[in-house]
Structures are given as C-alpha cells and as structure tokens.
Write a protein that binds this ligand. Sequence first.
Ligand code: GLN
Length: 500
Amino acid sequence: MTELIKKTASELIELMHSGEVSSVEITQAHLDQISKVDSQIHSFLVVNAESALATAKDVDARRKAGEVLPMLAGLPIAVKDNLTTVDAPTTAGSKILEGWIPPYDATVVTKLRNQLMPILGKTNLDEFAMGSSTEFSAYGPSKNPWDISRTPGGSGGGSSSVISSFQAPLAIGSDTGGSIRFPAAVTGTVGIKPTYGAISRYGLIALASSLDQIGPVARNVLDAAYLQDVIAGHDPFDSTSLPDSLGSMVEAAKAGSLAGKRFGLIKQLSGEGFQQGVRNRFAEAIKLITDAGGEIVEVDCPSFEYAIDAYYLILPAEASSNLAKFDSVRFGMRVTPEGNPTIEKVMSATREAGFGPEVKRRIILGTYALSAGSFDKFYGAAQKVRTLIQRDFANAFSKADVLISPTAPTTAFKFGEKVADPLAMYLNDIATIPANLAGLPGISVPIGLADEDQLPVGIQFLAPSYKDGLLYEVGAALESTLEGIWGKRMIDFAPKLEVN
Ligand code: GLN
C-alpha cells in the first residue's frame, strides 16, 4: 500500500484505467496513511472516510460493469475547508462557523463529485484564509511534513501538507495573495493559481473577491493539469467566471518545453533579501532554462515595491465587507449576552467570540480604509498602485513570454517565528501578491532543497492572463529536467513519514 500513496495522480489514473488497481485500494491506502500520520500533521479538519469509500466502491462497480467513466473517476482528493460541502462541516478555519453544514456544494465540489472522485475530507487553513502559516486556524496549525517544527505555509497549509505527507494524491486550494503557491513552495509540492475567473468561485467563502482564485495542489505538474482541466470552465453561478475555455492543461504539460521562450527575470524579485539557499537553487534553475534553449531577459517592475502595501489595503477592505455577513443571524455561532440584549449586542458579542486576532485586525483595517475620510487616501491610492502593477506586467510581457522569480523569500519557517509580527508574516507574499493584483496565472514548481536547512525551494512562473497552458508547459519541462539530474522525483526526497 505504501507504493500506492507514493505514486502520482497520473500514475494512479493509469493503474485504475488498466484495471490493475481499484479505487477502493487507492482510497483505503490514503485513509490508512491519514490514520497513521494526521494526528501529527493535522492536515484535515474533517475526514470523510465512509463517503470516500462509498464513492470508490461505486466507481469500481461501474468500471467492472464496463461503464465509460470520467477521466479522474476513483481518484481521491482533499478539499480546502473554505469550499462549501453539503455532507461535511465547512468552517473556513473559524470558530464562528464551527459545525456549519452548508446547504449547497461549491461548483468545484460539484465538479469533483461529477468526476466521481472520492472526497477524503476538508483541509486546514488560516482563519478565512488570512495568513501564511496556518497558525491563525482556530483549530490549531498544520505541520510541515519535512520538519514538524515548521509551518507548511498558508493559508492553504492543510492542502500542501496533505500532499507532501502522502495523505492525498491531489488537493484543492485557494489563492488570494499566494495561499496555493507559497505553501506549495515550502512543502516541495506543485501549486497553481489559475487566471482570475478560470475556475468558478461559487461556494468559496470569499476573502477578497477581486483577488480570490481556486486552484490545484499536486505532486507534479501533470497531476495539477489533470485537476485544472476538470474544475475549470464557465459557471453561470459566478458572474466573474470566464466565458471561454483556456484549453487543455494536460496537453500543455505533456508538450512541455523551455526552448525558444523568453523568461523575464523580475529585477525586483531576483533574489535580494532572499535566503541564500533559495537564491542558489533559483540560480541553478535559471542555468537549466538557458541550457534547454530558453532565453533569460531582465524585466523591470518598479511598482512591485508597493504591491504588499496595496494588497494589505485592498484585501482588508474587501474582507471587511465580505465578512459582514457573519452576523449571528444567518450562519453558525450565536453568543447571547446576559439580560435582554439588542441585536447589535448579540452581533458584536458573537463576532468578538467567533473571530480570531488576524481576522479582527483586518476587519478594523479594512473598515478604516473604506471610511469616508480615508477612502481616497488609502483605498483609492491602493487601486492606483494596482493599475501601475498591471502596467508593469504589460510592459514585462512585451519583452518576455513568462516571468520568473523564487516563489518565496525563505524556506519553511518555524512555529512562532512570525506569528507575533504581522508585517514579517505579510512579507512572505512579496513574490506571489502581484499576480493576484493583476489577475494573471502563476505556478510554483519545486527546484530542490536549500543548502543550509535541506528544505524545499520553489520557482514561480507567471504568464499573461488566459495563458495558463504556458505555465504547465514550462513547469513540466523544468520538472522533468530536474528529475533527470536528480535521478528521482521531488516527492522521493520527502522524509519517510513514520510519525505516529
Ligand atoms: N498570506 C496572504 C494573506 O494573508 C495570502 C492569503 C491567501 O492567499 N488566501 O492574505
């Protein structure tokens, strides 16, 4: 069974299609791993063993009967707990939604069910996806399987650790400022934020609606491509979802190539202030790209300097408005103070008890930024920076096909290292945030281990909007070049998880 959990999703699909392995065997192997390691790693907030196995059995029976099944039928998956599911509580990592069972499935979840994929459970996240470490989850943090004294990144640390601890072959994440790509980088996994609107956000508990995007987390680029192909597409329930298909990501990944493409090295993100081991792996990746016939050009994106500042005004502004609906009346928790309290008192007692410190910080910041006297000074100014960042991208993409940078300035950090200092936590997102502000797609691909701590490092590729396929093409090519050099895959470097 250990062999099964070490396989990639693409390998598992083939094994099921050829009839060598059943979905029940694959699903059970992952459930066994969950029983073995998740008390330590804490990737899951809920495990749905029974319903996952029921789906797996159904798939096996239908396959046996000769039915033509969807591509990913029988392949288990884990889903970030800010996506609604009718059969499991959806908390977004917050006490305020503890035990809430939504009345509808997110469109992405519906698509997974239509594919007949067993849903193993819901993964942990920083409360309402605000954070970079899962330390802001109201249910306790997830651990990094490479070193359990370190965080698996955030907010999607549940979805990144679930893959790197072999508890699921695929997972779904959401990325508002880097919550798919940053956790992927620090856990040696692949994470993609598709073009804004490529995947329906219906049923995603909104953080910042102009930035949020759902995407795949996987063991390799091809696996992520399989997942993006089945969850993408227009959805009449999400007015921001794109009308047209972006094409097949699987085909793009299979056509992987670096030759003849221009790679824009972003001057502002080319390594200054980045950990030495991160810089070393990044420099090697650049050399491999040139060896494979890619051309490196430097691109200047001067407004990126203000990206974090703009993001931490726009995001809190949108979040403060999105979170107003958690008012003790419609969802989840209600705290009723003594006596005969007014509805305002009930709301405020509920929000005081239900929200954690980071959520409160951002609600206050966002409400202030949107208040009459501050709107132009803060929110308006941030929107102007957003336009400048979009122009920087347009300019960069006139010189390069794809942009590159390290995904994160450091490898995984230790618990407690940044949680008391919000600004230090916010700086992790320096390389990932610009893509959200511009709506364009980005991928993080593992490029080896840092010399000083032997922890995973990721490279980020960014492409113009709608060109997600390019990311899969270059990502898969670099990945296979690296595997050729290592003589093994990134997942084979992962520590043997015998934790109990
Ligand atoms: N770390 C970022 C933040 O705290 C990113 C969050 C996200 O992408 N959901 O806002």
